[in-house]
Structures are given as structure tokens and as C-alpha cells.
Design a protein around this ligand. Structure first.
Ligand code: CMP
Length: 140
């Protein structure tokens, strides 16, 4: 099934000049970029984005980190796009990620793990609508 997913290149990825490396892997995997922009969130905006994690021990810290610098947010599309992008990213904890995945190859920390990707169709819809309106996204 053709699916859309929300991808973020996190502040560690942007500040370490990994934007091109991540996008190269996304395109090489056959995922299409339907929308893309650079943003710098406030912590309140990051809290709204990570609402599903509200109350978890890492919520304050991860939203502080996500608002510490610029991010690149993208909408990706492909067959089984949510799972395929998650496979490309690797496990949240880079120490458990498979070799060749973005997090295995670039992440330094469970929080500074370079990229985010939606984990379900419902979350993908929430996350895409959080950052993009219809005018900002191509329909292909
Ligand atoms: P992400 O996929 O963006 O979703 C939530 C983020 O919280 C996660 O990646 C990590 O960057 C961060 N995080 C920090 N600690 C943890 C943890 N123990 N478990 C899951 N996510 C964590």
C-alpha cells in the first residue's frame, strides 16, 4: 500500500551536516519526497509534536533537544513507506541498530539519533498535518 510518512532530520543531523547523507539514502531507497522544509521549533511546538510521549521520562529532554536547533522535516511516500523508512533509520537506540542503517552509521546517543520517522498510519497523519498543509505538499 502506498503510504506517506513524516521524517525529521533532527538538530544533531543538521548541525553535523548530515542532511545530504540522509536524503541520499532516502532517495536511493526509492522513497519520494513530497514536501520538505527547514524549521526551528520552540519547546512548546516540540511538545505538541511528541504528544504521544507526554509523561514519559524522556519527554522534557527530547523536546528540549528538538527545539535546540534547526530540523529538516519531510513527507516521504512509497509502497509500505512507514515501515520502509523505519528500516532505513534502524532502531531508536543506535547501539541496537543494524549496520548500514542511518542511526547505526551516524547516531551518537538514544536522544541524538539523527532522524525521526512515524511509527503508524495514525501517527503519520497527525505528524504530517502538524507541519504541512495541502499547499506545501505535492500530490504524486
Ligand atoms: P523518535 O523516534 O524521534 O521518538 C521519540 C524520541 O525520544 C526518540 O526518537 C529518541 O530520540 C528520544 N528518546 C530518548 N530516550 C528514549 C527512550 N528511552 N526510548 C525511546 N525514545 C527515547
Amino acid at each position: 500500500m502506498l503510504e506517506k510518512t513524516l521524517s525529521i532530520i533532527k538538530p544533531d543531523g543538521v548541525s553535523r551536516n548530515l542532511v545530504g547523507s540522509v536524503i541520499t539514502r532516502v532517495e536511493a531507497a526509492g522513497l519520494k519526497i513530497l514536501a520538505m522544509k527547514m524549521i526551528h521549533m520552540t519547546q512548546e511546538q516540540a511538545k505538541g509534536f511528541y504528544k504521544v510521549h507526554e509523561g514519559k521520562p524522556f519527554y522534557e529532554s527530547v523536546t528540549g533537544f528538538m527545539s535546540s536547533g534547526a530540523c529538516v522535516v519531510m513527507v516521504l511516500q512509497g509502497e509500505d513507506g512507514i515501515q520502509r523508512y523505519r528500516t532505513l533509520m534502524g532502531a531508536t537506540d543506535h547501539k541496537k541498530a543494524d549496520p548500514g542503517t542511518i542511526r547505526h552509521d551516524f547516531a551518537t546517543d538514544i536522544e541524538k539519533n539523527v532522524v525521526h520517522g512515524s511509527d503508524s498510519p495514525a501517527n503519520a497523519e497527525y505528524e504530517i498535518n502538524y507541519f504541512f498543509n495541502a499547499l506545501e505538499m505535492v500530490n504524486e
